[in-house]
Write a protein that binds this ligand. Structure first.
Ligand SMILES: [Zn+2]
Length: 264
């Protein structure tokens, strides 16, 4: 060891001097300069520094999104839903207008909702626009923030898990569940879709997803064609409790279906 010969560079630095420096891009800024071993070091333009940091955040988010999409075997929001946004949602009655406004607000206040781990339960008949608004929230979160959001149907998730059982799908159940627990926001559609009572397999996987997200304080949007009173039994009381505990709220879609008016 020759550590006794090492002189820390900072002990050889001269005093810091404040000066006005000029960034080609952003103009003048207050810089500090100091000398180390007869070389002058000037602090970076703060605007350039902020830009670099913002770019690094976007790139990290993009890597995270690509990795999760790969693990989930499809885009985070499957391509066929890309056209479903707040802008293309048609509010044809006061209930729909209110639902749209609440979903937009949920995205606008996403940082607070994330802080609280606040989930949303959308319930109501088929054809009332729940999927459209759920997908819109996921897309808006990804467009407006560096957070990752994914949309999946519960039957699709269960099918993907079953496909791992014979080892031919190249995925493991663990990696599928992990990819559903990790996104900042998960929109889980078609919960309670099976007509007969749910199996222990369905209930336990759903609980793994919802509880895993609850433990990380990450919000989940659950969409179901059942009404609010039927849902706890259909999804399991344990899962329903987890959604309630995060301060989740129920968004009822009580109007008549307008499916058929909407062109595909
Ligand atoms: Zn600059």
């Amino acid at each position: 060891m020759r550590s006794e010969n090492v002189v820390h560079l900072s002990s050889m630095a001269g005093p810091q001097v404040s000066s006005i420096a000029v960034c080609e891009e952003h103009g003048e800024y207050h810089a500090t300069t100091h000398q180390v071993l007869s070389r002058t070091f000037r602090s970076q333009c703060p605007a350039c520094k902020a830009e670099h940091q913002a770019k690094a955040r976007v790139e990290a988010a993009e890597r995270e999104r690509q990795e999760l999409a790969w693990k989930l075997g499809d885009a985070l929001v499957p391509k066929r839903f890309k056209g479903k946004t707040f802008e293309t949602y048609q509010a044809n009655n006061p209930g729909q207008a209110k639902a749209l406004a609440r979903c937009r607000l949920y995205v606008e206040q996403f940082e607070q909702n994330l802080e609280a781990g606040r989930s949303v339960i959308m319930v109501g008949r088929p054809g009332t626009g729940k999927t459209h608004l759920g997908v819109s929230i996921a897309q808006a979160v990804m467009a407006c923030t560096a957070h990752t959001a994914a949309y999946r149907t519960l039957p699709g998730v269960l099918q993907a898990i079953r496909a791992t059982f014979d080892g031919s799908s190249g995925q493991s159940e663990g990696s599928i569940l992990d990819a559903l627990v990790r996104p900042t926001l998960l929109v889980l559609d078609e919960v309670g879709a099976s007509k007969e009572s749910p199996s222990e397999f369905e209930l336990s996987r759903l609980f793994s997803i919802i509880n895993g997200r609850y433990e990380r304080m990450l919000p989940t949007i659950v969409i179901s064609n059942l009404d609010a009173s039927e849902l706890p039994v259909a999804m399991g009381e344990r899962s329903a409790d987890r959604l309630r505990e995060g301060g989740g709220f129920v968004l009822p879609f009580t109007w008549e279906s307008h499916r058929g008016k909407e062109s595909a």
